[in-house]
Every structure is written in C-alpha cells, then in structure tokens.
Design a protein around this ligand. Structure first.
Ligand SMILES: C[S@@+](CC[C@H](N)C(=O)[O-])C[C@H]1O[C@@H](n2cnc3c(N)ncnc32)[C@H](O)[C@@H]1O
Length: 210
C-alpha cells in the first residue's frame, strides 16, 4: 500500500467501485440540499468566482442534486450554458420543479446517458459534495468531458475538520487524499483556499491523460 491506507470503502453497488462513501445519496434527504444556511459556509458567489467560466462556456454541474448551486451559477452567468447532471432522476425532478429553475433559459438537466455526447466539449465542470460518492468509472467519465483548456472544480466536505454538518468524516476525503486520488486518474491538481468545512481543488487533465 506504499504507506497509504485503502481510501475506498466497500460499496453497495458495483458501478460505484472506488467511491469513499459506501451508500448512494438518499433522495429522501434532498431537502437538506436546499437548506439556506449552506450559503453561509459555501457561498455560491465564491463558487462562481472559482469557476471563472469563459463567456459562452458550456458548464456542467456533475451530481447536481436539487440544483441548488447550478441555479446560482446560471443566474450569475447568463452568458454560459449550464448542464445539471445527476444519476438519480428524482433529484432532477426536484430541480425542475423549482420556479427559479423554470425561468432560466441557460440551465437544463441531463442524466449520465448524455455524458458521451458532451465528451471533450466542456469548459468547466463543478462537482460539489460529490467526489466521495463517485465511483472510478464516473470519475473517468467526468474527466473525459473536459475540452482543451477546461478544468474541474471539486469542492467537498473535508474529512480533517470537525463539523456540525455533512457526512461522517470517514465517508469523505481530506484534501491531500482527494488530490492523490485525482492525480492517480491523470488530473493535475491545484490546492485552492479551503472553505469553512470544505476543501477546494482545481483539476485539469494532465497531458498524458488526454
Ligand atoms: C450530496 S449530493 C450534492 C448535490 C449538489 N452538488 C449540492 O451540493 O447541492 C450528491 C449528488 O450527486 C449525485 N451523484 C452521485 N454519483 C453520481 C454519478 N456518478 N453521476 C451523477 N450523479 C451522481 C447523487 O445522486 C446526488 O444527487
């Protein structure tokens, strides 16, 4: 193991092999994703700033849940097209039911079936609170979305921080463990200024992985 403990727990579904969190996100907890207190410790303005999407960019929210942040990005950047992807159709139903989502011409939802059609075309991907849920195959599919100058912004609960909110610490990564996993998948990773409870990483595809 070269000094590293195996970071992936046994998962309950073979398609999620490699994920740190053993269980899939429970759609019954969807309302938690719309808790307004989230914006205090993970401000959408900062996510928009870190994304730094070029004008006209195609932007993917990978694992959008109820679209809490996809909606904020689409409102803040009417000049970009946001595709909000989730593997659970009921999560996308929650997103589409929101009145503010209905009013946004630059936001649409998609299931992972659409990933092949988006390959190599996406300027920015953001994945919030998702890396610990992603199996290895999904992580590869996520990376394959990126166009030439593209990057992924990964923001997820920090295992190294004692938190009153979020998943148990052993279901998520610390920033170094997350960066090491991404590097194993061919990403070149920059460590960004962390949020109160979250780490933030900017990941580009290293040349060899293209
Ligand atoms: C903890 S929620 C976070 C939702 C949203 N990013 C947010 O911060 O409000 C994680 C979401 O990722 C979705 N998800 C997990 N693995 C996925 C995958 N491989 N492909 C697409 N969506 C996935 C889950 O269905 C769930 O809705």
């Amino acid at each position: 193991m070269h000094g590293h403990r195996n970071s992936a727990a046994p998962v309950d579904d073979p398609s999620r092999a490699g994920a740190k969190q053993p269980g899939r996100f429970d759609p019954q907890r969807a309302a938690r994703l719309d808790d307004p207190s989230r914006f205090e410790y993970l401000p959408p303005e900062r996510v928009v700033e870190l994304l730094d999407a070029p004008p006209g960019a195609l932007v993917v929210d990978f694992g959008t849940g109820t679209g809490t942040y996809a909606i904020r990005v689409a409102i803040a950047r009417p000049d970009v097209a946001v595709v909000a992807i989730d593997e659970q159709p009921e999560m996308l139903d929650h997103l589409r039911a929101k009145p503010e989502a209905k009013a946004l011409a630059n936001l649409r939802t998609a299931l992972p079936e659409e990933l092949p059609a988006l390959r190599g075309r996406v300027a920015r991907v953001f994945a919030l609170n998702v890396l610990h849920e992603l199996g290895d195959d999904s992580l590869r599919a996520l990376g394959a979305l990126l166009g030439p100058e593209g990057f992924v912004l990964f923001v997820d609960w920090n295992a190294e921080i004692e938190r009153p909110v979020g998943p148990p610490r052993d279901h998520v990564y610390g920033p170094e463990e997350a960066a090491e996993r991404l590097e194993r998948f061919g990403f070149a990773v920059e460590r960004l200024e962390p949020f109160r409870y979250h780490y933030a990483l900017r990941a580009r595809l290293a040349r060899a992985a293209r």
